[in-house]
Structure formats: C-alpha cells, structure tokens
Design a protein around this ligand. Structure first.
Ligand SMILES: O=c1ccn([C@H]2C[C@H](O)[C@@H](COP(=O)(O)OP(=O)(O)OP(=O)(O)O)O2)c(=O)[nH]1
Ligand SMILES: [Mg+2]
Length: 153
C-alpha cells in the first residue's frame, strides 16, 4: 500500500531504542499511536488536563494536508482519558514539538506511564476556502433549519 512521506524529528532519544517509531497497528489503521514522552509517571486526577510531549515534531509541508490528534477509543471510553482541546489540529506549516493535551474527564485518577500510547495521529486532506461575500444564498431544501429540526425519529 502506498503511503505519503511525512518528515519527522525524533526529539526523544528513546525513539528507535526503547520505543519503536509511530506506526500503523494494522494494515488499514487510519491513525498512528502517539506515546507519552514523559520522564516519570503522570497522575491525572479527575478533571485534570496536562500538556504531554509526544517526543516528536512533524512538518507536513503541504497545504492540502493537515493532521489531527484524536483520543484512543479504549482510553476515552473505559478510563475517560480524552483530549483537553477536543481534537488537536496540526497545521501543515507547524514545525514545533507535537504536544498532546490529555484530559481526565472521568471520576477516577489515571496514571500515564512514560511511553504509554495515549492518543493517535491521523493525516487528512484539507480544502482551503477562498471567501466570497454575497447578500443571498441560492435556496437549498434545508435552508436555515438545523440543530435537530428534522426530529429524532
Ligand atoms: O493538540 C495539539 C494542537 C495543536 N498543536 C500545535 C500544532 C498546531 O499547528 C499548533 C497551533 O494549533 P492551533 O491553531 O489549534 O492552536 P492556537 O491556539 O490557535 O495557536 P496558534 O495561535 O499558534 O495558531 O499547535 C499541537 O502540538 N497539539
Ligand atoms: Mg491557530
């Protein structure tokens, strides 16, 4: 299967030794898991959010792409470990360290150990908009209806 080349800097010496490079876990996985590049275990109390380094920097370099950082389903559903910013959006021109905002939305403390896979990175296509100011829109069937106006059943 073909894959898009993505430049990555290894900011943490444990990559390539103790930790493998991020990789797709299965043949059709959409995301690569990101590790917590911590020096010591981090206890997240209920409600707490912390910025955790991934130990990586990426440069996407193509304005037609971006990356998003998403929670891992198991951690989010079973332990309430999601992202403090909802979803992390990585711009194609960002070259700094990839950071993960981890948030314990659950009601029990959760400890993240150094190297734990705590989130995932997905590369996505982007269409950038050129705004065109108008006074009226060509009418659509939906019009201004939204926020549940089609009902539940
Ligand atoms: O979970 C995240 C979200 C963002 N970033 C980096 C990459 C992204 O390109 C940059 C800026 O993110 P964003 O635009 O979402 O944040 P902002 O608060 O608007 O910051 P800025 O003013 O720098 O754009 O921060 C991360 O490392 N992790
Ligand atoms: Mg921004």
């Amino acid at each position: 299967m073909s894959a898009h080349a993505l430049q990555v800097k290894l900011l943490d010496a444990r990559f390539g030794g103790e930790w493998p490079l991020p990789a797709y876990a299965t043949e059709h996985s959409a995301g690569m898991d990101l590790r917590a590049a911590l020096d010591a275990p981090l206890e997240l109390r209920p409600g707490a959010a912390e910025l955790v380094p991934s130990g990586l920097a990426i440069h996407i370099g193509d304005p037609g792409l971006c990356a998003v950082i998403l929670p891992r389903s198991g951690l989010g559903h079973k332990h309430g470990i999601v992202l403090g910013n909802g979803t992390g959006l990585i711009d194609a021109d960002y070259q700094g360290p990839l950071m993960i905002s981890v948030w314990n939305r659950g009601d029990a403390a959760f400890t993240i150990a150094p190297g734990d896979r705590i989130a995932q990175l997905v590369l996505l296509p982007v269409v950038r908009a050129a705004l065109q100011v108008v006074d009226t829109f060509e009418e659509s069937a939906r019009g201004q209806g939204g926020f549940g106006h089609t009902g539940v059943r």
